[in-house]
Design a binder for this molecule. Structure first.
Ligand code: UDP
Ligand code: MG
Length: 313
């Protein structure tokens, strides 16, 4: 098998047929396979995928999850099932033109020293100014505190050689921040620019709050520096307050009892209390992640599969 196409889908009933058609047309000359991962959709996606499978059994495989586990879990399931020389991940909403699959494939065939090609979004037309600023700050921040490098706009629309796929799935962590994992495994990655198209049907699953959670998760997953930030801030405030204490003592000794500084006392107490809570909170974030990983629960649960040998046997 030359190429595995991994397609995570969640509530994409209006898109999967069109995407299947587009992919079939684009990849007609290749030895390929489409692995759809239905991430617990609550619309008619499962039925649509079953139809597509019936119509095109030679090329289509379907994994149905038992519930929604998130796009990262879906991509992991797809990569785990991929056996081909090259694997590519593409969204199920037709925002990413399949023609770029051929561009990536050509690039990897030509450049043997490159192991992964990732598509980088040029600016999303409909993205708000606030969203752009937040995205930029996130990338700046995470790059400054993490040893793993993150490229702004790099999407999950990317193609890997089999050795990269093996490396990615060898990371068995439960809470998967794929953008980080794809970079953490190393290898030579080449970035190509592309233009994101409008969604064919339905709406995005990633609103601002989800994006915030995603970014926060990425930071906790790929750096332990926030823990150190708490330590450093703790040291600085302790040293600062010690110096202030000496000043007050001296002042009292020299000029007699000072006027009671009620306001300053309260604000310093609140300030320190706040810092302590933040530090405990950061600690809690790491402990909760450790707790969840320690349970060693599977990344996803399969309800059923179509087109895999296990089913025919
Ligand atoms: N997706 C998924 N599980 C989820 C959310 C999204 O498999 O819990 C899929 C979705 O169907 C789509 C891709 O991930 O194929 C990207 O999602 P979306 O289009 O909502 O994100 P955006 O393009 O806005 O970043
Ligand atoms: Mg999309």
């Amino acid at each position: 098998m030359k190429l595995d196409v991994i397609i995570p889908v969640y509530n994409e009933e209006g898109n999967v047929k069109l995407l299947h058609k587009k992919l079939s047309e684009t990849l007609i000359d290749l030895d390929y396979e489409l692995i759809f991962i239905n991430d617990g959709s609550i619309d008619k996606t499962a039925d649509r995928l079953a139809n597509i499978y019936e119509e095109d059994k030679n090329h289509v495989k379907v994994i149905n999850f038992s519930r929604n586990f998130g796009k990262d879990a879906a991509m992991y399931a797809g990569l785990t099932s991929a056996k081909a020389e090259y694997s590519v991940i593409i969204d199920g909403d037709c925002q990413q033109n399949p023609k770029y699959i051929l561009t990536m494939l050509k690039y990897l065939e030509k450049n043997k020293n490159i192991d992964q090609v990732a598509m980088v979004n040029k600016e999303r037309k409909k993205e708000s100014f606030l969203n752009k600023i937040l995205k930029k700050s996130f990338y700046k921040f995470i790059n400054s505190i993490s040893d793993t490098k993150f490229i702004i706009g790099a999407s999950d629309f990317r193609m890997f050689r089999k050795n990269v796929v093996d490396a990615v799935i060898s990371l068995g962590e439960n809470n998967r921040f794929s953008k980080g994992i794809f970079s953490w495994v190393g290898f030579n990655t080449h970035y190509l620019e592309y233009e994101v198209e409008e969604r064919n049907s339905g709406k995005t699953n990633f609103n601002l709050i989800k994006q915030f959670r995603y970014a926060f998760n990425g930071i906790i997953n790929f750096s332990v520096k926030p823990l150190r930030i708490a330590t450093v801030v703790g040291f600085i405030t302790s040293i600062g307050s010690f110096i202030y204490l000496i000043i007050i003592l001296l002042e009292t000794l020299i000029t007699g009892i000072a006027v009671p500084g009620y306001a300053s006392l309260i604000s310093i107490m609140l300030f320190l209390g706040g810092i302590q809570l933040v530090a405990i909170g950061i600690l809690g974030e790491y402990i909760s992640k450790t707790y969840l990983e320690a349970k060693k629960r599977p990344v996803y649960v399969t309800k059923n599969k179509l087109g895999f040998n296990e089913e025919i046997l």
